[in-house]
Ligand binder design. Structure first.
Ligand SMILES: Nc1ncnc2c1ncn2[C@@H]1O[C@H](COP(=O)(O)OP(=O)(O)OP(=O)(O)O)[C@@H](O)[C@H]1O
Ligand SMILES: [Mg+2]
Length: 256
């Protein structure tokens, strides 16, 4: 599905001796169709940058990123959807119109855009909120709208950058379960960035720990436990502790 090969990327940095910061060097990652990948790592390591590279939003210095499209024809679709920590809704548009926003420019009729937006809202359980304004929603509902907006373009790949980071613990758990349910029903490939290791272990098929400058894949843990998973599963807790320990060792050792 996604094949990242020998990727290198540097940003200009006037404060550095050589005038640049190398964020990724010779970076490799393969993601299978339908796989749920969690990406963790210290702040500033390059997680968001990696998503932007996969989205083609930042130029790379060398290497390749290839996407195999699972769904064939891309008419009326986009290759990926993005969800961020904040919902980024337009306050002057209704919920339906916010979701339809990403569908503009795809050659769909107004009626089709409306229908697709309503289908996406139904997927996140907000069909009855289509006519509301963003300020009339709770934080969790706004984040659901952002997920609907990403899904409306029917992407094969969903990229989520700390999507639940700003939510309270209960809402966060609810949205995690809803996301797993959506993922099961839509069979999207998901790249999910989080600072919450328990969340990564609960959700993902594979947890990738990024570390170093430039960043590399420091560890990779596959989780084969069937879903629905228990939140207090002892093996999952032990794995989360191991990943946290690695992360703090790296920080103690100045490895980040
Ligand atoms: N447009 C840019 N220009 C220059 N440097 C940048 C740019 N975007 C990111 N960087 C730098 O690249 C590095 C990686 O940033 P990135 O945002 O990917 O980190 P992150 O892992 O997502 O961190 P966080 O967990 O805090 O969100 C940082 O050192 C950052 O300062
Ligand atoms: Mg980030």
């Amino acid at each position: 599905m996604i094949e990242i090969r020998d990727l290198s990327l540097a940003f200009p940095n006037p404060a550095a001796a050589d005038g640049r910061t190398v964020v990724l060097r010779d970076f490799n990652l393969s993601v299978a169709p339908g796989e749920f990948i969690a990406i963790v790592g210290a702040s500033g390591v390059g997680k968001s940058t990696l998503l932007r590279v996969v989205a083609g939003l930042v130029p790379t210095n060398s290497g390749t990123v290839s996407h195999a499209q699972g769904g064939g024809d891309l008419k009326g679709r986009r290759p990926y959807g993005m969800v961020f920590q904040d919902a980024r809704l337009l306050p002057w548009r209704t919920v339906r119109s916010n979701v339809a926003f990403g569908l503009e420019g795809l050659g769909l009729s107004r009626a089709d855009r409306r229908r697709r937006a309503e289908e996406a809202l139904a997927l996140v359980g907000l069909a009855d909120k289509a006519g509301r304004w963003p300020h009339q929603l709770s934080g969790g509902q706004r984040q659901r709208v952002a997920i609907a907006r990403a899904l409306a373009v029917d992407p094969d790949l969903l990229m989520m950058d700390e999507p639940f980071g700003a939510l309270d613990a209960i809402t966060r758990q609810t949205l995690q379960d809803e996301l797993l349910d959506l993922w099961r029903r839509t069979s999207k490939t998901i790249l999910f960035v989080t600072h919450d290791i328990d969340e990564a272990v609960y959700l993902a098929d594979r947890v990738i720990l990024l570390a170093g400058s430039p960043a590399t894949v420091r560890s990779e843990d596959r989780i084969t436990t069937a879903r629905p998973r228990a939140r207090d599963d002892s093996a999952a807790r032990a794995l989360a502790t191991r990943i946290r320990d690695r992360l703090s060792d790296l920080m103690d050792g100045g490895g980040i």
